[in-house]
Design a protein around this ligand. Structure first.
Ligand code: COA
Length: 168
């Protein structure tokens, strides 16, 4: 399997958005209401929202995974809460999104994306980073635990567990 992982370009925003809608609808079915999934998809994963990531190169980057010419997943590492001037924390790093097309899970692609994101974070000078995951998203929690993430109960945000990982 020949996976290419690289930064996305403007013209790929539509395809990334489609993968995001599909992955999120599949992942959160039975966990979050369909209305809420749809609202959040339209708000934060529409093609323009994806393109806006390119406006913050000092804070974040989005890597895509390409298999046989198709985008099958993506990951977005960055500065903690870079999109919100009230809560941004330049001393912390975060992965804010990682989503795969449902047909391409469990083939090593998520691990490869996470590795690329972690290298980016490390190259920015960070020694640890966090992410938030819905407490009922047991597949993702298992994946993160397997790859060395540990829960930070004190930073839980309502339904979202905070997990962190040290980079050695
Ligand atoms: C979570 C997700 C990114 C994982 O990607 P993936 O491609 O399925 O995972 P990989 O096949 O790369 O697995 C990497 C390693 O983690 C392990 N792993 C994967 N899922 C696991 C699980 N649920 N429990 C325990 N280990 C798991 C694999 O066995 C593999 O281990 P190895 O490197 O020792 O062989 C993917 O399933 C996904 O996109 N899910 C839907 C979206 C989602 O929930 N995103 C997270 C939002 S916070």
């Amino acid at each position: 399997m020949n996976i290419i992982i690289r930064e996305f370009t403007n013209s790929e925003a539509e395809e990334i958005s489609k993968v995001a809608y599909l992955s999120r609808s599949h992942t959160y079915k039975g966990i979050i209401s369909e209305e809420e999934i749809s609202r959040r998809n339209h708000q934060a994963y529409n093609p323009d929202a994806i393109r806006q990531i390119l406006d913050y190169p000092q804070y974040t980057i989005l890597f895509i995974a390409i298999l046989e010419g198709n985008i099958v997943g993506f990951v977005q590492p960055g500065i903690y809460n870079y999109w919100d001037e009230k809560t941004i924390d330049p001393s912390k790093a975060q992965i804010s999104r990682i989503y795969l097309h449902p047909d391409y899970k469990k083939r090593g692609i998520g691990g490869s994306l996470l590795n690329e994101a972690q290298n980016w974070i490390k190259n920015q000078g960070f020694k640890e980073y966090v992410l938030f995951v819905h407490h009922k998203n047991l597949n993702a929690i298992g994946f993160y635990q397997h790859l060395g993430f540990v829960e930070q109960p004190e930073n839980r945000d309502e339904d979202q567990l905070c997990m962190y990982k040290q980079i050695f």
